[in-house]
Design a protein around this ligand. Structure first.
Ligand code: NAD
Length: 401
């Protein structure tokens, strides 16, 4: 009898963790992992690459350093579509890969919400390439000020005040004085503005914690404009609405971090989705397709307590991956899998290397202790997706400066 084929799409938190678990389980199956790049990157740390506080290699590692190639076949290619009727996946280079079981973990893309100019002039932070491009753009503009003397070259607008924006602001506000020395521009002429549509900043944290975080960033020179949806991005300016009036702020660097959507492959493959996310069954499979699991940012899992899907985070993606490994083992053993359960362990946002805010175990944490917690989370996830050797090379052990 030929072996069953398990195909995992994507080597982000969800996909790579699944493959690590499957290769350990020793199921009688052929396992294939398909990923666009040869490497995995820690998506939660892209803001560091964009701000220039860490190089790309610090937040990424080669997939082949983690998988056991005697058990897993790795194909580096881009998934174009999934054809469920034919039970096969089409790749960009023309190859077709058939499956008996499929784990779709294709991750996220930037979301423009149809706002004009976003795709042309906004700099998203969604992968290594875009984070490096955002850094290059920022450095170019700051450096150019010496010649241009144009105030917009020293103006940075960060769109949205979600986690990614806040963590980016934390990094960049710390680094700007160093960049001022390097590129010889006056710090007092630098303008960092964050524009948020909702009236309240950091609503996921308590009032006290949110105001600590805002205060830290404001003291470092960040200006927040809230309750002001962005309406258009132009080549060197951002248009937003305030009290029914359109206003415009000039900036050569426009960071687009207003939220993400699941991979567009999901919609292109005919799955019923909203913003690239499929509402999955309690066992994380797709309705009517019990051999197809959707996990990570392409999945929406209903949180019965709030009546809304859980936010997409690395934390839930890793828990989903562990669940899928067990569910797959159940399928092979012919036993019934349990329903997926998730209890968030809490949330931490960094505000640069040595500061942060977090909530876990029913307690709020702020300042240095929160930054240590954040580093602990990064290190734990490097172990969950990587190996002890990856952790030693890429981990965060700089707790003391
Ligand atoms: P997000 O959805 O968390 O935040 C986007 C923000 O942009 C929101 O506050 C939204 O109101 C605002 N916004 C949207 N449209 C706007 C507009 N037109 N004008 C102005 N503001 C607008 O997105 P994110 O920060 O990219 O994070 C994506 C996911 O990843 C989230 O689920 C987040 O929780 C998670 N994440 C978590 C961490 C962490 O735990 N430390 C870090 C990064 C990301």
């Amino acid at each position: 009898m030929t072996k069953k084929k398990i195909v995992v799409l994507g080597a982000g938190y969800a996909g790579l963790r699944t493959v690590k678990g499957l290769q350990k389980k020793g199921l009688d199956a052929d396992i294939t992992l398909i990923n666009k790049n040869s490497y995995h990157y820690e998506a939660t740390q892209l803001h560091e690459v964009a701000a220039g506080t860490e190089p790309a290699k610090k937040i990424s590692f080669e997939i082949k350093d983690v998988i056991d190639e005697s058990k897993v076949n790795f194909i580096q290619d881009e998934v174009v579509t999934i054809n469920h009727d034919a039970q096969e996946v089409s790749l960009k280079e023309g190859e077709k890969v058939s499956y008996d079981y499929l784990v779709v973990a294709l991750g996220f893309e930037s979301e423009s919400f149809g706002i004009p100019g976003v795709d042309e002039f906004g700099w998203p932070l969604v992968d290594i390439k875009t984070a490096e491009a955002a850094k290059a753009q920022l450095d170019k503009n700051l450096q150019n000020y010496k010649v241009s003397k144009d105030p917009k070259d020293l103006s940075i607008v960060v769109c949205g005040a979600g986690f990614t924006s806040i963590e980016y602001l934390g990094e960049i506000s710390n680094r700007l004085p160093k960049l001022a020395d390097k590129f010889d521009f006056p710090m007092d002429k630098v303008k960092v503005t964050c524009i948020e549509a909702m009236p309240k900043l950091l609503p996921m944290f308590s009032e006290k914690l949110a105001s600590y975080g805002i205060d830290v960033l404001e003291k470092r020179g960040v200006e927040f404009i809230v309750g002001t949806p962005i309406k258009e991005i132009k080549e060197s300016s951002v248009v937003y609405e305030q009290d029914g009036e359109l206003k415009e702020i000039e900036a050569s660097t426009i960071i687009w971090t207003t939220g993400v959507r699941g991979s567009s492959v999901v919609g292109a493959s005919g799955f019923e989705e909203r913003r690239g996310r499929v509402m999955v069954e309690p066992d994380l499979t797709v309705k009517g397709q019990p051999n197809v699991f959707m996990i990570g940012d392409v999945s929406a899992v209903m949180d019965e307590a709030s009546g809304r899907p859980y936010p997409t985070t690395a934390q839930i993606a890793l828990v989903q991956a562990d669940f899928v490994v067990e569910a797959m083992a159940n399928k092979f053993a012919g036993t019934e899998p349990k329903g997926f359960e998730f209890k968030s362990a809490g949330t931490v946002a960094s505000l640069g290397n040595n500061d942060g805010i977090g909530h876990t175990m029913n307690k709020d944490f702020k300042g240095y202790i929160a930054s240590v917690m954040k580093k602990g989370i990064v290190d734990k996830s490097l172990l969950q997706t990587g190996t002890p050797s990856v952790l030693l090379k890429k981990g965060r052990f700089d707790f003391y400066h």
